[in-house]
Design a protein around this ligand. Structure first.
Ligand SMILES: Cc1cc2nc3c(=O)[nH]c(=O)nc-3n(C[C@H](O)[C@H](O)[C@H](O)COP(=O)(O)OP(=O)(O)OC[C@H]3O[C@@H](n4cnc5c(N)ncnc54)[C@H](O)[C@@H]3O)c2cc1C
Length: 387
């Protein structure tokens, strides 16, 4: 941690609690996320308060360390609208990180600068429709193609679950050339990228929702490739761990807030002659929440330190993602339970967090895929030791 991140975290927390939380009942929130009008209004307020893109100082390429990022992103997460307001939300956070790490100076000026300024949103196009045998848990099943035609790439394929594609101005597309997986930058909207439909999903916090997309003969100049042809999966690894971890950070903030709301309820509400908190079955649930929250915080900080030391942190971020998403899901579930009927109404952040965090156990690698990948590592190390 550092002085700059401590100071920024305090400023962000004050902004979220005083300015963003009152917007939580704003009617401009749809099943497919807050409207663009609401996003722009919140971002203008964040800009005024000096907390827009708080973890990337002006210039764009100099991202806070992961440990510093954790301190700040946990605070933006205190409201589910906070990451949208402060521009620390997925998929933009991961996309900005990736562009800051590997984009050329020209690519950064064109695609990263408007993202950091909060003037544009972005989308990451990787997953493909399961029924067509495309990439999902297993990215090597990538079916979208990229072929050279003169000095241009021509891209064709279908994508699914693309968060924020509707309304995004910047896209990062994964496709495979004859060299292997590739990543491309694209200005959006583009007539060759068609949104077939926006899916109705359990979650509703991200602007634009999650879309099924058709990419039909998209032509991109060669300089819109990120890195080199065939390097797509290597580059995806750079984005993967920090992006996973930033979800953990934001949801830690949201779960902390849910615990505060649930605590407020059980310290006010009486049943059978005493406050709910004084019933051991309720008190224990909030105590277990405290333990899960602390364990999640420690996992996040540990993994952040691994990344800050220069490692890709693939195994560590898998462990953190499983432990934190499962742990925070338990927290959300207990908060719902101790609040009774109030826990399942949209009047409080608790019901919404429960839905959001359920989806998080699937995206950025389902729990089982992380465990499977860790098990492969265990086997590899065992065989190497006993060869
Ligand atoms: C809300 C949401 C937002 C998303 N946003 C984006 C986005 O912006 N961009 C993008 O590209 N993708 C996005 N995704 C897609 C997400 O990354 C995929 O859903 C995820 O990778 C799983 O792929 P799948 O849905 O095809 O599931 P499948 O690959 O069909 O897997 C189904 C289930 O099988 C099990 N499974 C799979 N492999 C194994 C294994 N090796 N061992 C044990 N069990 C296994 C797991 O339980 C898994 O959940 C999003 C998904 C959701 C739900």
């Amino acid at each position: 941690m550092s002085e700059r991140s401590r100071e920024m975290a305090q400023r962000v927390e004050a902004f979220i609690r005083h300015t963003v939380v009152p917007y939580e009942q704003d009617p401009r929130q749809t099943p497919h996320g807050p409207t663009e009008e609401l996003v722009l209004e919140l971002r203008a307020l964040a800009r005024q308060a000096g907390v827009l893109t708080p973890h990337i100082p002006p210039g764009g390429a100099a991202h806070y360390t992961q440990r510093e990022t954790a301190e700040v992103l946990k605070k933006t997460g205190l409201s589910l609208l906070g990451p949208i307001a402060c521009n620390t939300s997925a998929p933009d956070e991961g996309n900005m990180y990736l562009l800051g790490k590997i984009g050329s100076a020209e690519q950064q000026a064109r695609f990263l600068t408007p993202l950091v300024a909060g003037a544009a949103r972005s989308a990451f196009f990787m997953t493909e429709p399961a029924l067509e045998g495309g990439a999902g848990s297993d990215p090597s099943m990538l079916k979208t193609t990229a072929r050279m035609d003169g000095n241009h790439w021509v891209i064709n394929g279908r994508k699914n679950f693309i968060s924020g594609a509707q309304g995004a101005k910047v896209g990062i597309i994964m496709a495979k050339s004859e060299d292997g997986a590739c990543m491309f930058l694209v200005d959006l909207p583009d007539p060759a990228i068609r949104i077939e439909r926006v899916l109705n999903t359990i979650d509703s916090a991200l602007p634009g929702g999650h879309s099924t997309i058709v990419i039909d003969n998209l032509r991109l100049p060669a300089d819109q490739m990120l890195g080199a042809s065939g390097e797509g999966f290597k580059l995806a690894q750079i984005r993967l761990s920090p992006a996973r971890l930033s979800h953990c950070m934001r949801f830690h903030g949201a779960a902390t807030r849910a615990q505060e709301v649930a605590t407020g309820y059980v310290c006010r509400r009486e049943a059978f002659g005493k406050l709910l908190i004084d019933h051991e079955g309720v008190g224990f649930q909030l105590a277990e929440n405290l333990i899960d929250l602390k364990q999640a915080e420690l996992m996040i900080d540990w993994c952040a330190d691994v990344l800050d030391a220069g490692s890709l942190g693939t195994a560590e971020s898998s462990m953190a993602k499983v432990a934190v998403s499962d742990g925070l899901f338990r927290v959300a579930d207990r908060c719902v339970q101790v609040m009774g009927g109030a826990g399942v109404t949209s009047d409080s952040i608790v019901e919404k967090l429960f839905r959001e965090i359920r989806a998080f156990r699937i995206y950025d690698g389902p729990t089982e895929v992380h465990k499977w990948s860790l098990a492969k590592g265990i086997k590899r190390q065992h065989l190497a030791r006993h060869a």
